[in-house]
Write a protein of this length. Structure first.
Length: 645
């Protein structure tokens, strides 16, 4: 079945072709324009007033005689009558769009901005015709063009002096919004430029004017609108289709106003490039398939598609970065964007691939972009810190520096080890993994990926992990004490373990065995120490479940894990009923039969059915409140019926 968008594109194309072929097209546009002047006082003119105006029957007769609209159809259109879409709507939408452009241009020559009422034909191509025709007029008519730029400058002035006259502002939030606008004007904030909460309270319907200004003279448009009082008012006018076009965003990035001064301080007009880089990320995601996942097992055709998506994402990244690094403020801007990309990858869903728990394959275009970007930066380029650094930067900044040092060929291993140690002990970033599902998504998120690649760049990552872990003991202990300061005392062992687990996930065969042994040792120690005192209760069970999957999946020489090996593996966790159930479930998901696992638990002097039943009975209240995934609870119920072989 044809979609609305497909029908719309087809009908608009046909209407354009039919009208272009007519010799009387200009006469029809002129007749429609005269009708607009006679009946309308602007876009908000009521349909009832247009319907009852004496000029409407005159235009209706002309359109009927020329075969555009059936007799009386214009009146039915203005009367909002229901029913099938008459075929004449499409060509009339083109006529009213083109006439509307001339209507607006005439007022621009008088120093006014006025739009025509498109009579409900916006969705039939009227606005597209209006914009296209008006842009042509503005390029040819100096008077209209001058009036247009004056209108944009007036818009900037009005937004500064009286924001509520420019945009729709949520009732009751006016004072708070005014405070935020004033704060940005006094102290421009890059984080506010990247992403502002005001977007939920302020609606600025000026995208069409922005589209025209950018099409007419993008550099002049950006210079004028960069003086808007707050980033929420800025709109590049880029449509979804334009964002996906090759070669459109890069020139805008190259010529956008500067974002930083010579001292690395963020500037008010930097909101423009922040917006454009956000759009550039969308462009790169589109080139990479927008997170499309190919189900496992991945076919040769899907593999070819993945390679093609990766190549497209890399080309798009290079295109954007070439433009970025042609700017005078490229170094501080590149650092700022790198930190922002890491934050977006961790906390914003639009970079997320649609696969879950490693099932299937997708192109991680964010990692490709971060790799390309960090490869163009030197660690000496890091900008000075400013007092307005926001709370999340202590982890994003260090991760950006790790990316710059580690995501390149043949890095200095000793320097990289020193940097990791510095990040863990001096920067000591606050670290948090959210829900259970989020931990498993760490394989596609930048913090885990960057740390994993840095570890795998070392000749012996397993030994480095163990050495770091034991040297970190005094730093880890600081986070064990549960008092009012506990939540502000990060545990550097947590990012280290995360990086180790991600390194194991991506490790080549020759490094997997040592990494597995090292992580098994570290997690046993953590379960006896860090996990017992951690207020972030879910991190360590999540880590153990994730490690269990890797341990079961990659058995040396391809052999299956034996009951004795499983018993030795589970022994340290036998008294942790919750984590034990999760580890058993993980073993089951990796194909180890329940009988073998039951035998392993029996070898330790316990019975799996009894342990599972005890867990279910103890946590009956939480289970009834669906504290845990019900599918997993069903797996635990199945354990109560298991028997050792």
């Amino acid at each position: 079945m044809i979609t609305w968008e497909e029908k719309k594109a087809s009908e608009i194309a046909k209407a354009k072709a039919d009208l272009t072929a007519r010799s009387d097209i200009e006469l029809l546009v002129t007749a429609t324009l005269e009708w607009l002047f006679a009946t309308q006082g602007g876009r908000n003119t009521r349909h009832e007033a247009i319907l009852t105006h004496e000029a409407t029957p005159t235009l209706s007769k002309i359109l009927s005689e020329e075969g555009i609209l059936a007799e009386g159809e214009l009146q039915r259109l203005l009367g909002h009558q229901d029913g099938p879409i008459p075929s004449g709507h499409w060509p009339f939408a083109q006529l009213i769009g083109r006439a509307g452009a001339q209507y607006t241009a005439s007022f621009l020559c008088q120093g006014q901005w006025r739009e025509a009422n498109m009579c409900g034909l916006d969705l039939y191509g009227a606005w597209e015709a209006f914009q296209t025709e008006l842009l042509v007029i503005l390029r040819q008519d100096g008077g209209a063009q001058s009036g247009f730029w004056n209108a944009i400058q007036a818009h900037v002035k009005q937004a500064t002096e009286s924001p509520s006259q420019t945009c729709h502002i949520q009732h009751g939030a006016e004072d708070w919004i005014a405070e935020k606008i004033e704060a940005y004007q006094k102290h421009p904030d890059l984080e506010e430029a990247w992403e502002t909460r005001l977007e939920s309270y302020v609606l600025c319907p000026n995208s069409m004017i922005s589209w025209l200004g950018r099409g007419l003279n993008p550099q002049k448009f950006m210079e004028i609108t960069s003086q808007l009082p707050h980033p929420v008012f800025f709109n590049s006018g880029l449509t979804d289709e334009e964002v996906r076009q090759e070669g459109l965003i890069a020139p805008l990035i190259r010529f956008a106003p500067p974002a930083f001064d010579a001292g690395g301080q963020f500037l008010h007009e930097g909101m423009v490039i922040a917006h454009l880089l956000t759009m550039a990320g969308e462009y790169i995601r589109y080139c990479a398939g927008n997170g499309k996942t190919y189900p496992a097992p991945v076919t040769p055709e899907a593999q070819s598609a993945l390679y093609a998506e990766a190549d497209a994402a890399k080309r798009a990244s290079i295109e954007i970065l070439d433009a970025l690094f042609n700017r005078k403020d490229a170094k501080p801007l590149a650092w700022a964007w790198l930190e922002r990309l890491i934050r977006e990858g961790e906390h914003r869903g639009y970079w997320r691939m649609s696969n879950s728990h490693g099932k299937g394959a997708a192109t991680n275009c964010l990692y490709l972009l971060i790799t390309e970007l960090s490869g163009r930066i030197e660690i000496s380029d890091i900008p000075p810190k400013h007092p307005e650094t926001t709370p999340w930067k202590p982890i994003m900044g260090p991760m950006a520096s790790l990316a710059v040092m580690g995501l390149r060929e043949n890095p200095d291993s000793e320097a990289l080890q020193r940097k990791i140690w510095h990040v863990l002990t001096v920067d000591c970033p606050e670290f948090h993994i959210g829900s259970r599902g989020e931990f498993f998504r760490a394989v596609e998120k930048p913090i885990g990926l960057i740390g994993a690649v840095c570890l795998l760049q070392m000749p012996d990552p397993g030994s480095f992990l163990k050495r770091c872990w034991h040297l970190l003991r005094p730093y880890r202990e600081r986070s064990w004490h549960i008092d009012e300061n506990a939540r502000t005392t990060p545990n550097p062992g947590m990012p280290l373990i995360l990086w180790g687990l991600m390194a194991l996930y991506f490790a080549p065969e020759e490094k997997r065995s040592d990494l597995t042994a090292s992580l098994e040792e570290l997690l046993k120690d953590a379960w006896q120490t860090d996990a017992r005192f951690s207020i972030r209760h879910e991190f360590w069970p999540d880590a153990l479940e994730f490690f269990t999957i890797q341990w079961a999946r990659y058995c040396p020489q391809g052999r299956k894990r034996t009951a004795q090996q499983i018993a030795e593996f589970l022994l340290p966790y036998l008294n942790g009923e919750h984590v034990l159930m999760r580890m058993v479930s993980a073993l089951r998901r990796e194909g180890i039969d329940l009988g073998t696992i039951s035998q392993a638990v029996s070898n330790l002097g316990e019975k799996l059915p009894e342990l599972a039943a005890e867990f279910l009975a103890t946590h009956q209240y939480l289970i009834s409140k669906q504290h845990w995934n019900q599918g997993w609870i069903a797996e635990v119920h199945a354990m109560t019926a298991s028997e050792a072989n």
